[in-house]
Design a protein around this ligand. Sequence first.
Ligand code: P61
Length: 439
Amino acid sequence: MTSRDHREKAIKKAGFNTFLLQSKDVYIDLLTDSGTSAMSDRQWAGLMMGDEAYAGSRNFYHLEEAVQHFYGYKHLVPTHQGRGAEHIISQIMIKEGDIIPGNMYFTTTKLHQELAGGKFVDVIVEEAHDPDSLYPFKGDVDLDKLQAVIDEYGADRIPYIAIATTVNMAGGQPISMKNMQELRALTDKYGIKIIHDMTRVAENAFMIQQKEAGYQDKSVAEITRALCDLTDGATMSAKKDAMVNIGGFLALNDDKLFDEARNMVVIFEGLHTYGGMAGRDMEALAIGIAESVQDDHMKARVGQVHYLGNKLLEFGVPIVKPVGTHGIFLDAKAFLPHVAQDYFPAQVLAAELYIDSGVRAMERGIVSAGRNKETGEHHYPKLELVRLTIPRRVYTQAHMDVVAESVGTVYENREKINGLKMVYEPKYLRFFQARFEKL
Ligand code: P61
């Protein structure tokens, strides 16, 4: 616990950017669910069984077995985390001038596509951009939008479509199985591959089980496998669903692509049987994958997120609806209608929440969206959000109560909050390190 005075000084020193706070100054840390979950006793036991051989570690083969069994992909290339896999897939599949459609952008994914010479085009359903739409599968692809992109650029210029389960920037929103099946049929017609960002695939599977007709009697494990089976390969940040502190991989079915990826991983990550991970980390990950698809775990995990969401809805706080799976997203445009998007409403709201209670959240709005590569102008995303991200197996419902009450207090005092100006802007992924001052 810290005093308000202490927190005011800390956030000012951090340039009003919650990424620049020291964790010792944070009370409840909802910055991210990435690498912040609690490993289980079994995962910790796995750490003790690290085989740290440079080549051919036993743990690699355990991980390969888990990926093949639970996700169904044929080949595994371990990486240090998700963006390591994004780097490799982008470099081997994208040529200058290529188009990569996707169900909403993700920061690191899009940057790696651009660095490889590609251009991301958003083909998510329109409802995903509306915080109040109750559409149950806001991660769905608008197939007409995708068809229009294919017609405009030609399938030759589309190496793959990037599909995330769930969609982080939309509020942790799931894609439906029906939409995935239709997408598979459409892409097959044109020979376009589907590369799956499977970072939170088990959470997506749980939402299908809860909401999509015909899946109530299927297990999260079965639905997870069925989602993966509709795709050609995947990038994984194992720091989320799979509950390890560090790790990730690229998984591929195509032998030739695998060959290229396996060759590239040795340049940037490490040998192909460890990528960027220690043997012990691969063991903990293999165990975490199995735990991530357990129905009871998922019910408790998503249930806790919904507990917080329902509290905030009771307080009348504007949030993205329906509630997704990994966090609650405050709608900063509705929360602070008097702060124009140019003055970073979500950035200042995250700072004010920290000052109120020491709860750390993350901006997901104009700062995260960055600038248009061609014009240099800010992107102005429709969604201007603050993400309260819940780590797995870490906090109690009592912590959620503290968070809800603090958000409620900030909401009551919202009229006193003014915007920010950006005083330092790094070139890449600016939200991580940008600095702000009060207007
Ligand atoms: C997060 F502010 N997510 O949500 P890596 N795909 C997806 C992710 O959610 C993801 C990655 C790929 C983070 C960490 C983070 O703008 C940010 O293992 C759907 O982090 O390299 C990561 O995986 C990348 C936070 C990343 C951010 C980028 O908190």
